[in-house]
Design a protein. Structure first.
Length: 379
């Protein structure tokens, strides 16, 4: 059975015993709500009781927006399901509850986060709630510290490493974040006025060496359960509460990648609001709060080890943040925060500033001491 709007009612009725949200055979309203590139996301509700609803995420065996000529393993949803499970165990309430996972059809049925907004849209609208940054920092701190290789028995770390050996999705990130943006690649694009800056970046051997080093860390470090795609589009805000979604890139890797990606998307929002100091100041506070709440969760028996571990995570996170900022300016996937700036000269000035900042983060990730030093570079 191919899953689409026409076949979903049958599928849901067949799967009724597992999903258990609706009474059997009740009329259902189904709408496609996903705006993503890879998968199809539907909201299903009981026509008579619309408050009874769920979200279905389906991974076709290809990249949804490109079609069947671009195959992609449906296993991505197995990793998302495993991540939801572990997140629900460790930090329940911070992710949607998972009702059912059907590996054969590659479908997750999960809690409908009704009336939630996407964090990126809130930030674009200038709504910066630093409590959300704290909640996401806490979420990362709990998941990372409780799955961290030095914090769990060896057998547990090996188990995580096997359960999250998501090499297909990891290599997509390696290409699109660490490699393609800094080479000649057909998927890259940028504002024409940015061409001299891009040329300079691609000829900067210090930068390229540091990017290669960070890519090596990304591909080899085995530290903890890493979400792998934790940007501001992967956080929904419901009743002032952050909910993390879209964990199909989850892998057992360098945990600083999550911090770096998340920070980077706050930095991109920061540059996009270059004329609104109130919003910029709140975004700087948000970046600090992420780190404060993260480190507070990072408990380790040996405090010497803890300082060293957090120091390394910080350096990696700064470097990864720089690469994420850059690839969102010159790689295949840009961000709405900046693409939505209608005035082209303003957009170019935002992009130039962000490009300089991202480059510096990458080149100085080993010498920037703390989050205050990173924030100081923004003023
Ligand atoms: N549990 C949920 N409750 C409410 N809305 C949801 C839920 N899960 C996903 N959505 C909506 O569907 C959108 C797409 O979801 P998601 O990011 O998981 O899909 P995706 O296809 O993996 O996207 P991408 O191509 O960006 O990776 C979200 O931005 C959100 O608007
Ligand atoms: Mg996704």
């Amino acid at each position: 059975m191919e899953l689409n709007l026409a076949t979903l009612p049958d599928y849901l009725h067949q799967r009724h015993e597992k999903i258990r949200i609706f009474e059997p055979e009740v009329p259902l309203h189904i709408e496609e709500i996903g705006d993503g590139n890879l998968n199809t996301v539907y909201r299903v509700s009981d026509v008579a009781h619309p408050e009874r609803s769920l979200v279905l995420k389906h991974a076709p065996p290809y990249i949804k927006i490109l079609g069947p000529d671009y195959p992609l393993s449906t296993e991505r949803l197995t990793y998302e399901s495993r991540a939801l499970e572990i997140y629900n165990q460790l930090v329940s309430g911070t992710v949607p509850a998972q009702y059912d996972f059907d590996a054969a059809m590659s479908v997750i049925a999960m809690e409908d986060l009704r009336d939630a907004s996407v964090l990126r849209d809130d930030l674009i609208a200038g709504k910066v709630d630093t409590a959300i940054a704290e909640q996401v920092g806490r979420f990362m701190g709990i998941v990372h510290s409780q799955t961290y290789v030095d914090n769990v028995p060896k057998a547990t770390a090996q188990h995580y490493s096997q359960q999250f050996a998501n090499t297909t999705m990891q290599s997509i990130t390696a290409d699109y974040v660490f490699t393609f943006p800094f080479t000649e690649h057909e998927t890259n694009f940028w504002t024409s006025g940015l061409a001299p800056d891009v040329r300079q970046l691609k000829a900067d051997t210090d930068f390229l060496q540091q990017a290669a080093h960070l890519k090596h860390i990304f591909l080899t470090a085995q530290q903890g359960v890493t979400h792998g795609d934790l940007h501001t589009g992967s956080v929904l805000v419901q009743d002032n509460t952050a909910k993390v979604i879209d964990a199909e890139f989850a892998f057992y890797g360098p945990v600083g990648f999550d911090i770096g990606l998340y920070w980077a998307n706050y930095f991109l929002a920061y540059f996009s609001h270059q004329d609104t100091s109130r919003v910029q100041s709140a975004l700087k506070t948000a970046v600090e709060k992420v780190w404060d709440t993260y480190t507070a969760e990072f408990t380790m028996v040996d405090t010497g080890l803890k300082a060293q571990v957090l120091g390394n995570i910080f350096q990696d996170a700064v470097g990864f943040a720089g690469l994420e900022v850059l690839r969102r300016l010159i790689g295949a996937a840009h961000v709405k925060d900046i693409e939505g700036i209608a005035d082209l000269s303003e957009k170019l000035s935002v992009e130039k500033a962000a490009l300089q900042f991202g480059t510096t983060l990458v080149k100085q990730c080993q010498s920037l001491r703390d989050v205050a030093a990173v924030i100081a570079m923004l003023s």
